[in-house]
Design a protein around this ligand. Sequence first.
Ligand code: BGC
Length: 852
Amino acid sequence: MSSPFLTLEHDLTAPALPTGSPRLSWTIPPGSPAQTGYAVEVTAVDGTVRRSEHDGDESVLVAWPFEPLASREQVEVRVRTRAADGWGGWSEPVIAEASLLDASDWQARMISPREGHAAGDPAPVLTTEIDIPDDVVSARLYLTALGTATVWIGDRRVGEDYLAPGWNAYRHRLEHRVHDVTDHLLAAGPRARVAAVLGNGWYRGELTWDLRLCYGDRIGVQAQLEIETASGERIVHGTGPDWRAAATGVLADDLYGGQTTDLRRPGALETAAQASGAVDVLDDVPALEPALGPDVREVGTLSPLGNWRSPSGAQLVDFGQNLVGWLRIRVLRAADGQQLRVRHAEVIEHGELGTRPLRKARAEDVWTLPAVGPEEPLVLEPTLTFHGFRYAEIEGIALEDIELEAAVISSDLNRIGWFECSDPEVNRLHENVVWGMRGNFVDVPTDCPQRDERLGWTGDLQVFAPTAATLCDVRGFLTSWLRDLAADQRADGTVPVVIPDVLVPDVDSQFAAGWSDAAVVVPWVLYERYGDLAVLETQYPSMTAWAAAEYAAAGESRLWDTGFQYGDWLDPTAPPEDAAAAKADKGVVATAYLVRTLDLVARTARVLGKHDDAASHTERADAVRAAFREAYVRADGHVLSDCQTVYSLALAYDLLGTDEERAGAGRRLAELVEEADAHVSTGFLGTPVILDALCLAGRPDLAHRMLLQRGNPSWLYSVSMGATTIWERWDSLLEDGTINPSGMTSFNHYAYGAVADWLYRSVAGLAPAAPGYREIAVAPLVTGDLTRASARLLTPYGEAAVSWVLREGRLVVGVTVPSGSTATIALPTDDDVPAQVGPGRHTFDVAWRSPV
Ligand code: BGC
C-alpha cells in the first residue's frame, strides 16, 4: 500500500511553524495510481483526533482544513490519499507546532546594556540564571535581537545558526527564531546560566559604500524561554530588567570590517558569570514576526589547496574556491600577547592579495592570543562577521603553528536542482552559479558578499529568481524578503532599488525598471515554480501598487522614457567608470519592463479571480505595447537602438505586433549575434533573456554558440580564466590577469548566472508548463553542439528528470514524471513521439533532426 510523504508549509527545519494554518504538501511514490481524494488527520497532545476528507487531486500547499493552531499548540498530522482502487496507507506523522504568533505572547522585553552600548564598544554578553524544574518535558527558546544574538544555556550553545535573527526591513518588522532547548535544560542540572552574546550585524553595522549605521544605535536581545513540565505547568523566563551585562573580549565586530578579539580576556561564559552591569529595556521595537526562512548555518568546509610567500613576503593561502564565511584557525603554538591578523580577498593580483575590489570593506580579523601549546590548541572563529574570499593573508604567526580550514556559511536552503552536460566548462559554469547563490543567499539575497555593499539589490534578484528557485527551495527565504519589500515599499507604490532599504534618505525617490519590478516578478516566479498561490495573494497589494506607480511614471505617452534608470546595466561596451552607459535605449528597456509587469499583474489577478483587475491591467499592457511599437519599432521589426538587448526584450516579452515584426526582429538579433561571433553584448537586463530570444527567433544553434563561446565577453570566458563564482562584469579579470580598473568589480555577483535557468529549461529541456511543475514541458534543444545533457529537479510533486544523449544521429531521451504531474513532449525528430505522457519513467529513442 503506497503512503504519501508529508511536509508542512515551506518545510523548514525549525521546531515551530510561522503560522497556525500550515499548508500541507505531499508526494506520492512513483507508480502509485492517480489520487482522487485525500484525508488529513490531526492528533492533539491530549489524544483527541480530528479528520477531514476531501475529493480531488491536489497535493501541493493544500489549505489547513481545521481551526488554526494557537501559539505553541502542537499536533501530529498525517495524510493519506485515495485512488480508484481505494485508500492508500497513512503517511508518517509530522509534528505541527505553532510558534509565538501574536505580540501578546511575549513577556520577554528587548534589553540592551546600560553601559558600553555605543557603536565601537566591545560585543556585550547579557545574562541571567534560572532554576530548572526536575520534570522538564520540553522547552523552547524564542529569540530575536536588534543586531545578532548567540545564546548559551549552561555550557551548551543554542542552535547551529549564525547572525540570527537575520536582516529585515527593521523599521517595520523583525523576525524571531525558535529553538528546541529541551536537551540543554536536561543537561544543565537544577540551575543554569543563560547568556546571549550580541553582535552589531546588519542592525548596527556599517552599511553601504558610505559605511553608515542605518538603523538604531543600540543593539539588544529579546529571548523567551518556555519550559513545559510533566505536571502540565508552563514556566516562562524572559529577558528583562533583572538581567546583567558585561563586555566580552570581542573588541570590535562588523560585517564589512571584520572582528577583533582579545582571547587573553575571559571567554563569554566566564564573563557572563561575573557580569554586574545593568540593562535597559528598549521600547521602540519593530513588530515581531516568526521567521519565514531558514537559519544561516555552516554548510561546508574547505581545506587550503596551497600556500606561499608573496613577492612582498606575505603568507598567502588559497582555498581553491571563492566562498563566503570565515577561517577556522587551530592555533597550536603562540606566545602570550601574540597578534594574528587575517585579511581576505577573492583574487590575487601581481602576486599579492587583491583587496582593491573590496573598496572600504576592511574584511580583516585580528586576534590577540594567550600562550598556547600543542597539547591544548585554541580554535579561532570570527562568527560575528563574514567575508567573501578565496585567498587569505595570515600575518603574525607562522603557518607551521596553525591548522586552517574555511567555514562556508549560507542560508540553509534545500538543494532541489542538478544539471550536467557533455561540456565540462558549462558544468563548471553551473557550479559557479551554485556557489554564487550560496554566498549571496545569507539571509537576504545580495548583489555581492564581499565589498562595502552586500545589499539586497532588487534588479539582481529580479533576474536571478528563476535560477534561484530551480537550484534550491527558496520559498521561505524569498517569501520573507518579499515581506520586507512590501514593508519598505513607499506610500506612492514605488519600490526601492535595495531591500531592505538602506539607501534612504539619499536615494529616497529612486526606483528603476528591472530593479523595482522585482515586486512583481519574484512573487510570480514563486507561483510558477512552486505553485504557491498564497504568495500572490499576500503580495498582491504590493504588486498592484508598483504596477500603478510604474504606469504613472510612463505618463500620457505610455513610454517610460524620463527619470532615473540603471537600464541595461554593465553592458560590456560601457566604459569601466560608467556602468549605465549601455547601447540599449533606456526608454525601450524601461517600457519593455512596464509591459512585462502589467502582463504579470494581469495574469496574477486572473489566477486570484479578480477579473476586473485582470481586464484593467491587460488594457494598460495593450496600451503600452501599442505605444512601444509606435515609438520604437519599425514595420520590418527594427527596434530603436538596434542591439542584442532591445531585440531580446522585444521577443521575450512579446512586445511585437505582427509576424513581420517578429520575424524581422529575430533576423536582426541573429545578425547582431553573428556579427559579434556569438559574444554576449548585453548587460543585466538583456542577458537573462537573450538565449530564450534566440530560441524564439528559431536560432537555438546561435544560442548554443553563444553559451559555448569562450572569448571575452561570454559566460565561459570567466570559466576559462579560472573563475569559481559568477563575476559582476564579463571581464572582472582582464585577459592579462589584472583586475578590471573599474571601482566596481566583484567576483561574486549572481546576476549573469541567470543563464542557469535556461540550461535546465532549454538545454536539458525540463521546464514548468503549469504552476509547480504540475505540467512539465520536455523540449530539449539538441543542436549537435553538446552530445548529452541532463537535469533533475525535486518539484513539489516529486522528482522530475530529463536526460538525453545524442549518438550517431540517434537521440535517446529519458524522462521522469512525478505522480500527480504530466509532461508534454517535443523532441527534435520527425519520428512519432507521444505529445503527452503521465507519471513514471519514459524512454524515447528517435532519429535526431537538427532544429535549424
Ligand atoms: C550593485 C549591482 C546593483 C547596482 C545598481 C551595484 O553597485 O553591485 O549589482 O544592481 O549597483 O545598478
